[in-house]
Design a protein around this ligand. Sequence first.
Ligand code: PLP
Length: 407
Amino acid sequence: MTPSPPDAAPDDLDHAVAAADAFVLDPAVVHLNHGSFGACPRAALDVQAAWRARLEAATMRFFVLDGQPALDDARAEVAGFVGADPAGLVFVANATAGVATALDGLVGDGDEVVTIDHGYAACRHGLERLVARRGGRVVTAHVAFPVRDPAQHVDAIVAACTPETRVVLLDHVTSPTALILDVAAIARALAPRGVHVVVDGAHAPGMLDLDVAALAAAGVAAYVGNLHKWACAPKACALLWVRDDLRRRIRPLVTSHGAALAVDDPRRFHAEHDWTGTHDPTPYLSAPAAIAAIAAIGGGWPAVRARGHRLAIAMRDVLLDALGGAPAAPDAMLGMMASLPIAPPAGVAPRDLERGLLEAGWEVAIAPWPRLDQIYLRVSAHVYNRLDDARRLAAHLRALGIHGAAE
Ligand SMILES: Cc1ncc(COP(=O)(O)O)c(C=O)c1O
């Protein structure tokens, strides 16, 4: 046997970091789309099952006595994980809900709101509906892709803002193109103009070394992040953080008991968002267990992120080599996902391609963007992935007659 060179990475990309039974993933499926719905480790699912059993054993005891201190503990741990002040952090079911809540509190009548052409479609629909109701308008900043100049997006977004702009909605990691945007630089540029920057960081917790306090210092008004994606919490687990001067304005979309507290009561922000009616809080309570489980599996979150980044780049390069094409973004603008344009055989719609791949056991994101006739394939790299996943996908795509496309 040839000894490994001394500088060989211990977590060689040809091997998954996670043991085969660390997740409950179907071994018959190749899982290359962590980005859409995440994957929860068995250890966190076990903790969630224990919380559910405790809740169902005595519902009043749970909801009146035990649930709130447990939620506060989970909040403190999650806040530490993302570098946020727990006083400004609440759990929400998902990023879509968190973004809608933040925008509802910040967009006023007749306001102009700037967003980007790489934005997540569902959040854009919510924004358009809200702005239409309030008699304002949405302006779309163009972020050039492929990326030739990593600073272009900062300049383009700031330049799209006019004196009428009151709110900017930005994705921290873009969904179709997997780009990490410099949201701090954008917030710093817009803070003197009094523009409220809302960051949709659906992919950020876990993928990025998040420091929400630093983003707050840069001027970010509200930050939303999913915990059920890269932090691997059970489904329906996300966070909404709001800057202290805006907490009175950002109220849940559903009003419940917390509204009885006085407007200036400092407990009201948590009270209103923590209880919007009877719900299942076990995803929130299990988020710390998921964060700890992934750290244990991957040798700490910095190592998980570093390997995931290297693996995403290596996967992209394997696919580009096999299908043809060139990287669309500098490696430094990517986290644990990468996208590349593909050309399916003539007449095959993106939905049909995705469904066909699913039926054959391949989970990979396929999305038309920015037009229906331009299709991106996005791969994700987490602790259960290895480079061979991408090699096998590349061979399968070639066999289907799919090749790389020029952007
Ligand atoms: C940028 C972005 N925002 C929001 C979402 C929505 O997340 P959820 O379905 O958990 O609300 C996603 C999901 O992929 C996303 O990529």
